[in-house]
Design a protein around this ligand. Structure first.
Ligand SMILES: *[C@@H]1O[C@H](CO)[C@@H](O)[C@H](O)[C@H]1NC(C)=O
Ligand SMILES: *[C@@H]1O[C@H](CO)[C@@H](O)[C@H](O)[C@H]1NC(C)=O
Length: 411
């Protein structure tokens, strides 16, 4: 059977590395002689907030509540994250998306919580969320209005808004791209980065310019994560296409800055259980933010089984922080693989086709030395297979489903 292999290295990374090696060393040694050396190091990243060592985990209001979010929902979600045990598994950011503010700023030019839906104010909400051991996230926009057009954006108000967020005790900012002035995101987003750095509180900065200007190539200097795609919808096609668009930029992900294929739809009802398992598995190995998008106060048992899979979460949060790639595909059958700490490898075998079929991961494709003998842990069955594997592993995989294994070398 004809197999297609693809590797970004062949076409892009190797020439880029050669270019950097050939041309950068004279400049590096020259700059060592200059007094401005420390300044240069400082300038490498505008954003030095120490956040995002692993992909962010938590909840966001948008996918389930849209503009219907209010402070009751946010408080109940914080309560539910704790009572379900999800907070303990790492889901700590409680993020309010669009529609939280009054349309008009105060007479001092500050944003203010919507008086009907957030009557207690955002500071009180932050205090409540913090009292639960969680963190509060908020949303704004690098334009004149946010996408809902029901509240102002932060364009030309970056400093006052960053200061207001810090005063309230905000821990996370998602920054959207609607109703802007037509200038480039690379111009508008760093203004907020600088404002956040001056505001005196570490605030996780999540860039949401929809992948317009390939933010993977510049996002690490500006934010802790960057959307690589347009918005996800709660269906299989949208979900797998987000994973594909995000995969192209795998080499750019690293601790402190992550590719973001958008938030989770698990539990919102538009996909089958197996499809949601694929969703969670791919987001996990892609080191994507794990931001729950359903109603945590009314969460179903089978949704919990997915979102609370500790072993799959640990893959996402692995300290090595290397994003997996789709290393091979054959029609509808795909092999995703990436390295983990401790010389381990994670693989996801995905069947996008209509019938159950075996999928084989070859060691040469997943970059394990041939002849390596491994034991395989099935992360969805929570079972280590009794058989060991050499040179390849094959697993029967249902339609629109996946198998996920951690391979650990034993000889
Ligand atoms: C908001 O401000 C505009 C002008 O800046 C004013 O016309 C409008 O009445 C204000 N709306 C409210 C609800 O205060
Ligand atoms: C928030 O929305 C819920 C559900 O629609 C409603 O029951 C509750 O009263 C609302 N709370 C506020 C403060 O608007």
């Amino acid at each position: 059977m004809k197999m297609k292999r693809f590797s970004a290295c062949d076409f892009f990374v190797i020439p880029l590395l050669l270019f950097i090696i050939c041309f950068s060393s004279p400049f590096i040694s020259a700059s060592r002689l200059l007094q401005s050396d420390i300044h240069e190091v400082h300038r490498r990243s505008l954003l030095a907030n120490g956040l995002g060592a692993t992909p962010q985990m938590g909840w966001n209001s948008w996918n389930h509540f849209n503009c219907m979010v209010n402070e009751t929902i946010v408080r109940q979600t914080a309560d539910a994250l704790v009572s379900t045990g999800l907070a303990k598994l790492g889901y700590r950011y409680v993020n309010i998306d669009d529609c939280w503010a009054e349309l008009n700023r105060t007479s001092e030019g500050k944003l203010i919580g919507n008086k009907v839906t957030f009557p207690s104010g955002i500071k009180a909400l932050a205090d409540y969320v913090h009292s639960k051991g969680l963190k509060l996230g908020i949303y704004s926009d690098a334009g004149f209005y946010t996408c809902s057009k029901r509240m102002p954006g932060s364009l030309h108000h970056e400093e006052i808004d960053a200061k207001t967020f810090a005063e309230w005790g905000i821990d996370y900012l998602k920054y959207d791209n609607c109703y802007n002035d037509g200038s480039k995101p690379t111009v508008r987003y760093p203004v907020m980065t600088r404002a956040l750095m001056k505001a005196g509180r570490p605030i996780f900065f999540s860039l949401c310019e929809w992948g317009d200007m390939h933010p993977a190539t510049w996002g690490a200097h500006v934010g802790n994560s960057w959307r690589t795609t347009g918005d996800i919808t709660d269906d299989w096609k949208s979900m797998v296409s987000r994973a594909d668009m995000n995969e192209v930029f795998a080499d750019y992900a690293r601790p402190g800055g992550w590719n973001d294929p958008d938030m989770l739809e698990i539990g919102n009802g538009g996909m089958t259980h197996n499809e949601y398992v694929v969703h969670f598995s791919l987001w996990s190995v892609s080191k994507a933010p794990l931001l729950i998008g359903c109603d945590v106060s009314n969460i179903a048992k089978d949704t919990m089984e997915i979102l609370a899979n500790k072993e799959v979460i640990q893959v996402n949060q692995d300290p090595l922080g290397v994003q997996a790639k789709k290393v091979r595909y054959e029609g509808d059958l795909e092999i995703w693989a990436g390295p983990l700490s401790g010389y381990r490898t994670v693989i996801v075998l995905v069947n996008r086709g209509p019938t159950r079929l075996p999928i084989t991961a070859l060691w040469e494709d997943i970059e394990l030395p041939v002849d390596t003998v491994v034991k395989a842990r099935d992360l969805w069955k929570h079972k280590t297979l009794s058989k060991s594997f050499k040179n390849q592993l094959t697993a029967e995989t249902d339609s629109h489903a996946c198998k996920m294994f951690i391979l650990t070398p034993i000889s």
